[in-house]
Design a protein around this ligand. Structure first.
Ligand code: SAM
Length: 299
């Protein structure tokens, strides 16, 4: 038995069966070399080594049948640039066992999702990463040039995902983002299961209650907010000191401070997140005070 398999076995034996899941990503691309090295670091590498995640790239040119291995052609109707042709993409999908969707219904085997990376897609978020991390297999189709023949989207893809409101030159960086953000949420991938839940954009349904000191416990879960700032040694760096509250060992006080920082940062950088965030009564009072202070500062 090789080392990776035995590590995986140990993990399977030591963890409750309900949390052991394996996930596979298949990436269709004209630049498989783009991914060499990208998944060879940190958590992704460990997850792959432990057999929790498999990432396979598939060269679209392997599914061409002409001397020049042509994957693109001019757009019907004229216009700039080239478009990725339907035939090689369809063949690449079918080689992965992805069948054409029946009209309106879809015939995807359970646990599989086919995603076209596209600037025109629904915006990829932590909530979508969480949703994908519950699947067995995700197929990612990387466009290039002016994009992909739309019939591939219609006939084979379950959805289009965009990683943000900007245009990349290809879907490959977007595919890497989707794999990274998704696979770290698979049970067993992060060393500490809690950390996936309790960082920026943590589940909006994160448990919100108040401890005996009236401190919202949700500071342990971002609850739809941005995370609080972190500091490590040294306590003084180039004249800038770590906030005193983090050094005094008063955990209730630290929790209160961190929650306030989450609210402050979210209000400053991403105020729209506050509309959907789970907020306790204490959070709302803190926000009012922060908004008041902000209003004063503007006067
Ligand atoms: N003509 C397209 C448009 O304006 O929407 C842009 C094509 S872009 C130059 C080439 C490929 O990069 C796309 O087919 C898609 O796969 C990928 N891409 C570009 N921007 C992206 C984004 N924000 N998110 C995900 N994929 C993106």
């Amino acid at each position: 038995m090789d080392e990776a398999a035995s590590v995986c076995d140990r993990k399977v034996r030591s963890a409750p069966a309900s949390i052991i899941r394996y996930m596979r990503f298949d990436i269709i691309t004209i630049f498989p070399g783009f991914f060499a090295g990208i998944f060879e670091h940190g958590i992704v590498r460990r997850a792959m080594k432990e057999g929790l995640v498999t990432v396979e790239t598939h060269d679209l040119r392997e599914h061409t049948h002409d001397r020049h291995r042509t994957v693109d052609d001019r757009p019907f109707g004229g216009g700039e640039g080239m478009v990725l042709k339907a035939e090689p993409l369809a063949e690449a999908m079918e080689a992965l066992g992805i069948k054409q969707r029946e009209q309106g219904t879809g015939n995807r085997e359970q646990g599989t999702r086919v995603i076209l990376l596209s600037a025109q897609g629904r915006q990829f978020t932590q909530a979508i990463a969480r949703e994908l991390s519950g699947l067995e297999k995700v197929v990612l189709v990387c466009g290039r040039y002016e994009g992909v023949d739309e019939r591939i989207n219609e006939l084979y893809c379950d959805e289009e995902l965009s990683i943000g409101d900007y245009v990349l030159s290809g879907g490959e960086p977007a595919a890497a983002v989707v794999v990274d953000a998704t696979m770290r949420l698979i049970p067993g991938v992060l060393g500490n299961e809690a950390s996936g839940k309790f960082e920026s954009f943590g589940a909006a349904d994160a448990e919100i209650d108040v401890d005996l000191n009236g401190v919202p416990r949700s500071q342990h879960g971002a609850g739809g907010l941005l995370d609080y700032p972190q500091y490590t040694r040294p306590a003084e760096f180039r004249g800038s000191n770590v906030p005193e509250v983090l050094l005094n060992g008063d955990h209730a006080e630290i929790r209160r401070w961190r929650r306030e920082q989450q609210l402050r940062k979210t209000l400053k950088n991403r105020p729209e997140l506050l509309e959907r965030a789970e907020l306790s009564a204490e959070d709302r009072r803190t926000l009012e005070a922060l908004r008041g202070a902000l209003g004063q500062a503007r006067k």
